[in-house]
Every structure is written in structure tokens, then in C-alpha cells.
Design a protein around this ligand. Structure first.
Ligand SMILES: Cc1cc2nc3c(=O)[nH]c(=O)nc-3n(C[C@H](O)[C@H](O)[C@H](O)COP(=O)(O)OP(=O)(O)OC[C@H]3O[C@@H](n4cnc5c(N)ncnc54)[C@H](O)[C@@H]3O)c2cc1C
Length: 431
């Protein structure tokens, strides 16, 4: 990655409704801190808050703008849970680890809710989420999820919904056979959350620098981190560049596939349409491998996302690719204008478990949150801070799991995975 100086974000609905438009300076001097953080997305910013709240001096370096990566461009769906199939890690982490990560999957969402409240962050938080089934197999999966949550004492209201209930209460579409509603999950404006959290961090004394891409790390008891115009010396370094980290730390970048995901935002919908289209104002996802995810914004646009792209190449025309998918769900939107279209890179790991750990005793990292980063980044930030302060070693459940590097190296890993995913999408479509 070679960053160019920018005072703006890529075009998106979120940028057009940005509330915390603070410009942080470029690093142009030599500074010291207890902890230096590379990356100004949710992971970096939330870690900065966690550490500053514990009394550490923190410097955060972002290559572009706060929230410039996936954190400021995502679907804004705040969904409980961590990882996809924790049973698969039993050998590495045992029942204790499975139970601990399950509970952290609930804690993660609560951290976000509490953070918004504590720092009074204006980011349209709305509770209510629903998983949608398009096949009988999905219904069975949702039923199993429901029972698992009951067994684990999930503290929020959940309900299995029939086809009729989905249509009347969640999504007015003939596509869905049923759903699973979770009132402990919901949706929000991610760029306003991330930049609002950055403001909270700065108020706590964190020094934030934008347009300050880190180009070199010199390891030692004190780590030196260099940018084009300055440097930071810190006792501890946190790597939070995720899918955008690229060549800076190849040993962890190789374990993440930067997959593209894309969103279109309609013009604001009229009140009648809003009442029928998504009457409960939920965030929703279907269960396909090539999933659709959508919700209403605070100003009543439909934000429709999907089309996870593993090839490493963005589609030429995002609207042309997503509009037909949106019409399949809502034929009643034919002719509606699309005001915004954008995409970003999701960091995906091979086994879908977030990757957290240390590459040196004083260098920690967190990445690969797949499509669940809005909540899990915040849990990861807490675990990093707990580990740095010696408060707990809960991070160990993640560090104990081995993560494979994607085969094919920097240039071939995306095309190779794209081939594999085409196969899985095909099987998913015919099953
Ligand atoms: C289109 C899209 C839709 C999504 N939808 C959802 C959703 O609805 N719900 C959900 O939970 N998750 C969703 N996700 C995933 C979620 O957004 C991510 O998991 C999460 O934002 C990752 O946060 P992060 O801070 O780890 O990484 P990022 O937000 O990508 O931040 C990394 C930052 O590091 C910076 N950086 C990298 N290298 C350097 C360097 N050398 N020097 C300085 N800075 C550097 C980058 O510029 C970037 O700003 C979606 C993602 C995308 C792209």
C-alpha cells in the first residue's frame, strides 16, 4: 500500500452523512508512547480507547483517514457472535475455550452499545436483527442457532419467525421461508461510530495522526515505527491494519484474504414504502454463501450489500451488479434511484476465527474478522488491552488456534481462493 495524502473519504452514503469530521495532523516529529497502534479502523481506535482508559499513553497512526478502511464502509450490521463453527477448534481450545469465545460473542455487542452510550456517540444505533432462510436447510440451521443461544443464556429477546411473520414484520419479500430475530443485535452508522470513537480517544489523550502511513518497523525492547515524515518509539506495538496492512508485516498479511464487498444506497424511500418494505427496521442477512445483507438508514434509504468478491478485482459498475439482486428481493423497487455505491476490503481468514496474538513479546495484532467486524473488533480491542495490561489472558483462546497462510503468495492467493469459492457458491446454489 502506498498512501496518498487525502482530506476526504471515498464517496459513500456514510461520508455524505459524516458527523465527526475532525482532521488529525500528519506525524512530522519523533515521539514516544507506551503503545503505538497502526491502523485507524475499529480495531485500532477501540484499542486506543481501551488503553487510554487504563492510563496508557497511546499514539495511533492511520495511513489515510480515521475509518477509511472497512470500518467506515461496512453494512453497519452489529451482529452477535464470533467465528462460524467453534466446535472445529475443540482440539486447540477445549470446552473452556469454546465457552469463553461464545460468551465473548455476546460481550462484544454489549461493548459497542455501552461505548456509544458512555461517550454519547451519534451513530444511529437501532436494535433488531433478523437472519433469513431461503431454503429448508437454512431454517434448520436457524433453529439450531436459536437453541444454542437459549442453552448459553443469551440475555436478549430472540424469536423464530414463520414465513408469514417475516413477511409482515421484517421484510416484505416472497423470497424467505422464515427467520430468526435477535433484539440484542442491530445496526448503526459505522463511519460515525468509528470517528466518534476517535474523538473520544483524542479526548482521553490519545495522539492520532492521519495521512501517516507506517513504512517500516524496527523491532527491539523499544519498537521504532517510521512514517515518511516522523517516527514513534513505543514499548508495545499493536498491528490493526487488517486487510489493508499489505506488505508491512507479511507473516500476518499472508493469513488474511482481502475480499471485496459492496453496497448500494437508494434514494430516501417514501413513508408508505418504508412501512411495508422493512416494517420492523431490522438489519437482515440471508444464509447463502454469496449472501445479501441489507437495512434501512436513518434517513430511510435501503442500504443493500452483497457480492463478496474473492478475486481481488472490484466490479467495474457496482450498481449494475447489485441492482438486480436488490430487485430479486424487492421487485417493488424497480426504477428506484441509486444515490451511492461503494465497496471495501474485508479481512477473511481461512477458518473464519478472528486472528489475535503476538508476533514478538511486545508486538500484538488482531485481524480477520470476516463479515462480523463491527462487534468483534471491539472485543478484540478489549482483549489486546487486557493482555497488554496483564489484566487477563483471555486472548489465549485465539492465540492457541493455528491459522494457515493462504497458498499462492501475495499475487496468487486471491485468484486461487476465488476459484475455490466459485465451487462452494455452485454447490450452495444447487443444494
Ligand atoms: C462492504 C463491507 C461490508 C461489511 N459489512 C459488515 C457488517 O455489516 N457487519 C460487520 O460486523 N462487519 C462488516 N464488515 C466487516 C467489518 O467492516 C470489518 O471486519 C472491520 O471494519 C475491520 O476493522 P479493522 O479496524 O480491523 O480494519 P479496517 O477498518 O480495514 O482498518 C484498517 C486501517 O488500517 C490502516 N492501515 C493499514 N496499513 C497501514 C499502515 N501501514 N500505516 C498506517 N495505517 C495503516 C488502513 O488505512 C485502515 O484504515 C464489512 C466490510 C465491508 C468492506
Amino acid at each position: 500500500m502506498t498512501a496518498v495524502h487525502t482530506d476526504n473519504y471515498p464517496e459513500s452514503y456514510y461520508f455524505s452523512t459524516l458527523k465527526y469530521n475532525h482532521k488529525y495532523p500528519v506525524l512530522e516529529s519523533e515521539l514516544t508512547a507506551d503503545v503505538c497502534i497502526i491502523g485507524g479502523g475499529f480495531t485500532g481506535v477501540a484499542t486506543a480507547i481501551e488503553l487510554a482508559e487504563r492510563g496508557y499513553s497511546v499514539i495511533l497512526l492511520e495511513a489515510f483517514k480515521i475509518g477509511w478502511g472497512a470500518s467506515g464502509r461496512n453494512g453497519g450490521q452489529l451482529i452477535r457472535g464470533i467465528g462460524q463453527n467453534l466446535e472445529g477448534f475443540r482440539k486447540a481450545i477445549g470446552q473452556t475455550g469454546i465457552d469463553a469465545i461464545t460468551q465473548m460473542g455476546f460481550e462484544a455487542t454489549q461493548i459497542v452499545i455501552d461505548r456509544i452510550k458512555k461517550y454519547n456517540i451519534d451513530c444511529d444505533l437501532t436494535m433488531g436483527y433478523c437472519d433469513l432462510a431461503t431454503k429448508p436447510k437454512h431454517l434448520a440451521d436457524l433453529h439450531a442457532d436459536y437453541q444454542k443461544l437459549q442453552k448459553n443464556n443469551y440475555p436478549f429477546d430472540t424469536r423464530l419467525l414463520t414465513e408469514k411473520e417475516v413477511r409482515e414484520q421484517v421484510v416484505d419479500s416472497s423470497l424467505y421461508l422464515g427467520g430468526f430475530e435477535d433484539m440484542g443485535s442491530g445496526h448503526l452508522h459505522p463511519l460515525n461510530l468509528c470517528t466518534g470513537e476517535a474523538k473520544a480517544a483524542a479526548d482521553l489523550g490519545v495522539l492520532i495522526f492521519e495521512n501517516s502511513e507506517v513504512s517500516e518497523i524496527i523491532h527491539g525492547d523499544v519498537v521504532t515505527v517510521k512514517t515518511a515524515k516522523g517516527q514513534v518509539k513505543a514499548k508495545t506495538l499493536v498491528l490493526a491494519g487488517n486487510a489493508y496492512l499489505d506488505d508491512l508485516v507479511p507473516e500476518i498479511s499472508a493469513k488474511v484474504l482481502p475480499a471485496g464487498s459492496y453496497i448500494i444506497a437508494t434514494e430516501p424511500l417514501n413513508e408508505e414504502l418504508v412501512k411495508t418494505l422493512m416494517p420492523g427496521n431490522h438489519a437482515v442477512c440471508d444464509q447463502k454463501i454469496d449472501l445479501d445483507y441489507f437495512r434501512l438508514s436513518a434517513d430511510k434509504r435501503l442500504l443493500f450489500g452483497g457480492m463478496c468478491n474473492y478475486s481481488g478485482r472490484d466490479p467495474k459498475d457496482i450498481k449494475a451488479a447489485l441492482y438486480p439482486k436488490m430487485l430479486k428481493v424487492f421487485p417493488q423497487l424497480a426504477g428506484i434511484n441509486i444515490d451511492f455505491q461503494w465497496g471495501g476490503k474485508i479481512g477473511i481468514g481461512a477458518n473464519r476465527l478472528p486472528q489475535l496474538g503476538r508476533i514478538k513479546p511486545n508486538v500484538l495484532y488482531a485481524q480477520a474478522f470476516s463479515g462480523h467486524g463491527v462487534n468483534v473488533t471491539h472485543m478484540a480491542a478489549k482483549l489486546l488491552a487486557e493482555s497488554i495490561s496483564g489484566e487477563s489472558d483471555r486472548i489465549k483462546y485465539f492465540a492457541l488456534v493455528e491459522h494457515m497462510s493462504f497458498p499462492g503468495g501475495k499475487y496468487l492467493r486471491a485468484p486461487l481462493l476465488a476459484l475455490g469459492m466459485m465451487y462452494h457458491k455452485l454447490i450452495d446454489a444447487i443444494k
